[in-house]
Design a protein around this ligand. Structure first.
Ligand code: HEC
Ligand code: HEC
Ligand code: HEC
Ligand code: HEC
Ligand code: HEC
Length: 296
């Protein structure tokens, strides 16, 4: 299978193969399968391959609401492909996580997979399984009866990495091109724990940046309420609570991009994981975020 821009050079020679690697920008891979012949190939860089796969995946999907570019996620903290390379010195090579080749499949079901087939523990609509956590301790509204012990799907997606109980590479369907032979030995979780199970092994703030505060945990009461119906839509909320919230455009949310999911507030109401240029992936600047919904 040859794609448009791909070209291969096979050079057969006996000595000093490394001199070829000095050719401008050449990425050299050496095939040692035959003792007498070395094949040096210039390939597309892994990042351009990852982009093409992501573009192909995006074409199978609906246009996003409020016009953002899903491909912006490439190279961001939510792009779990090629982390090794981006970390420099291949810091995470051979450990930590499986590299499925491109960003989207860590969350979205690969396009080649029949969406009708489902794993029992799959989070509906996403390429991830529910975290081992059966129950989260959720915020309960004193004035509004919408407490749920199990968050909605799009929040379960975030928690499948951010509650720190599951490996970040634990997906339901691996992409077709990925070979299970490329499986890594360790599968780590977003957790500041320092044993072999946790990204915190290196991400302790000394060896690499700390990811302890990216670990949300399973007690949601410390965080903003999620999987809670938005009172500003009326229906079911007391008058005083309705007054405390602005009216959205519709069930999808607000014109500035703050989103509702079927009328519910979820993690992804405030964060858009595809927009890394925004601080903490927030949909709007922090100073406008709260007042989008809260009127006082
Ligand atoms: C970290 C998880 C995550 C990754 C990785 C991810 N997405 Fe998303 N994606 C989401 C969430 C959550 C939503 C729903 C939020 C929204 O629509 O604002 C979404 C929504 C979308 C949408 C809007 C349409 C729809 O079906 O809801 C498109 C298009 C999309 N993603 C494309 C991509 C592409 C292409 C990639 C890879 C380049 C990608 N995503 C990677 C989490 C992710
Ligand atoms: C596939 C695993 C995965 C999923 C699913 C996921 N994240 Fe993340 N998230 C990460 C990783 C890895 C980081 C980077 C941690 C680091 O490097 O410090 C991160 C970082 C973040 C950050 C911090 C960004 C920053 O600049 O410091 C936010 C905010 C965030 N995620 C929100 C979300 C939300 C909201 C969702 C659901 C819509 C989500 N994540 C789903 C893996 C995931
Ligand atoms: C063997 C040590 C090691 C382990 C284990 C490790 N990392 Fe890293 N990681 C590094 C180093 C070193 C860097 C580069 C320095 C930095 O960014 O702080 C890095 C950088 C990163 C970056 C930033 C790269 C970028 O392009 O922005 C992310 C995101 C990341 N690691 C996520 C993870 C996640 C998620 C895990 C667990 C699944 C993990 N790391 C496990 C060593 C490690
Ligand atoms: C009402 C809006 C809102 C909701 C809902 C929300 N967040 Fe956030 N989140 C924020 C804001 C604002 C920040 C930045 C806080 C700061 O920098 O001090 C943040 C920060 C984060 C961070 C980064 C923490 C850090 O210090 O780097 C992560 C990870 C995160 N959120 C994940 C989530 C997850 C997962 C959910 C759902 C369980 C969620 N958020 C729900 C507004 C929200
Ligand atoms: C997407 C809409 C939305 C956004 C944005 C939002 N909130 Fe909320 N907030 C809600 C809803 C809905 C509730 C739950 C109301 C209820 O039923 O009690 C809530 C509840 C709260 C509560 C708990 C109130 C109580 O009675 O205990 C606090 C505190 C809060 N929000 C602060 C913030 C802050 C700070 C921000 C900005 C970082 C923010 N909110 C952004 C919708 C939002």
């Amino acid at each position: 299978m040859m794609s448009r821009n791909k070209w291969w050079v096979a050079v057969v020679f006996t000595g000093a193969w490394w001199s070829v690697s000095l050719m401008a920008g050449a990425q050299v891979s050496v095939d040692n399968s035959s003792n007498s012949v070395l094949i040096v190939a210039e390939k597309e860089s892994s990042t351009s391959v990852a982009r093409k796969k992501a573009e192909a995946h995006a074409e199978t999907m609906d246009e996003p609401e409020f016009g953002w570019d899903p491909l912006d996620i490439i190279g961001s903290k939510h792009d779990l492909s090629a982390l090794n390379v981006r970390a420099g010195a291949k810091a995470m090579e051979g450990v930590a996580y499986d590299d499925y080749g491109y960003a989207c499949v860590y969350c979205h079901v690969p396009p080649e997979v029949d969406t009708k087939s489902k794993e029992p523990q799959q989070i509906a609509g996403w390429n991830r399984i529910r975290s081992d956590m059966r129950d989260y301790t959720l915020y309960s509204s004193k004035t509004f009866n919408s407490t749920a012990r199990i968050p909605n799907e799009v929040t379960l997606l975030c928690l499948s990495c951010h509650d720190g109980t599951m490996a970040v590479d634990q997906v339901v369907n691996t992409p077709r091109a990925w070979k299970s032979g490329a499986k890594m030995t360790l599968h780590m979780k977003i957790n500041s724990g320092t044993d072999l199970d946790h990204c915190g092994l290196c991400h302790d703030g000394f060896t690499a940046h700390s990811l302890g505060n990216k670990h949300i945990g399973t007690d949601m009461r410390r965080n903003h309420p999620v999987s809670i119906r938005y009172p500003g839509l009326g229906a079911g909320a007391s008058d005083s609570l309705q007054l405390a919230f602005h009216s959205p455009v519709d069930d999808f949310g607000f014109a500035n991009g703050v989103r509702l999911f079927n009328g519910f507030v979820e993690c992804a109401s405030c964060h858009n994981v595809h927009e890394p240029d925004k601080v903490k992936f927030l949909r709007v600047k922090p100073e406008y975020l709260c007042i989008t919904c809260h009127s006082y």
